[in-house]
Design a protein around this ligand. Structure first.
Ligand code: IPD
Ligand code: CA
Ligand code: CA
Length: 263
């Protein structure tokens, strides 16, 4: 996973360098970025297919590619933080996860490995089920801060037709004034990786997709944190409602969120 991400990442880094020159033309950068996105996906697909020829894929740009029955699949977002990339903001990542089929053949089960790679900082956040979460070769732990007033919280704000603004605002009103700060950096995969790394105490967002969260959720859990939906349920792919954080802050924020969304 790491080799594949680094190869696709160096391509993205090169293309990111070009984006700035294209900012003057209105259509230019968007076309260029979607090409860069697809080229990164192709590079990841080729490398991972070569490494595990019988595994399947769930790719953001190309959809599902079936593997052999009973084999795992890769879940891939080749460029998470597209708007940042398009605007020349150096905050974006590649996200890759491995999901196992359920033993009874009834669909997809646990996520057992995940990697979030940030090409600009060359940081590789990775986790393996029951083996911990790591940044390069340093073990990751979620933050030890316990109090709301010292907590830095990341979120994703609904935009252009995606998400429920009313719901987000209610949650924000309950949480925002009580914490040290709220950040909207624009890459859900990195938001989760940064919770795992203890940079943020917590993160919430809804309406995400499996490729945004599959690797990040495993990272948070393997770093000793919690990820649930609004009802407190823990799912392997935590995409539709994500509340992630260290133990004390996850539980405090969960109470505030439930209260805020009551009736
Ligand atoms: C987006 C980012 C963003 C989140 C959006 C996602 P993309 O992914 O993760 O932070 O708020 O919901 O779609 O489009 O940049 O791959
Ligand atoms: Ca994404
Ligand atoms: Ca993407």
């Amino acid at each position: 996973m790491e080799r594949a991400a680094r190869r696709a990442g160096s391509r993205l880094r090169r293309d990111f360098g070009e984006v700035e020159h294209l900012q003057v033309s209105r259509k230019g950068p968007a076309d260029f970025v979607s090409k860069a996105d697809r080229a990164a996906e192709r590079s990841l697909y080729d490398d991972l297919k070569q490494a595990r020829p019988d595994w399947g894929f769930l790719l953001e740009e190309s959809g599902e590619v079936e593997g052999d029955p009973g084999k795992p699949r890769w879940i891939i977002d080749p460029l998470d933080g597209t708007s940042n990339f398009l605007h020349g903001i150096p905050h974006f990542a590649i996200s890759i996860a491995v999901q196992e089929p359920k033993l009874d053949g009834s669909g997809w089960g646990e996520v057992t490995a995940g990697l979030v790679y940030q090409p600009i900082t060359d940081e590789s956040f990775w986790a393996e089920k029951s083996r911990g979460a790591w940044l390069q070769d340093a073990r990751l732990r979620v933050s030890g801060r316990r109090h709301l007033d010292e907590a830095l919280i990341a979120t994703g704000i609904p935009f252009a037709g995606a998400g429920d603004v009313g719901e987000w605002s209610r949650i924000y009103q309950a949480i925002g004034p009580r914490v040290a700060g709220i950040r909207r950096f624009g890459s859900a995969a990195l938001d989760l990786a940064w919770v795992a790394a203890g940079r943020y105490e917590a993160f919430w967002e809804s309406n995400l997709q499996p490729w945004d969260t599959a690797a990040g959720c495993l990272l948070v859990r393997e770093a000793g944190g919690f990820v649930t939906d609004w009802r407190g349920r823990s799912q392997a792919i935590c995409d539709s409602q994500v509340l992630a954080g260290n133990d004390p802050l996850h539980s405090r924020l969960h109470k505030l969120l439930v209260e805020a969304l009551k009736d």
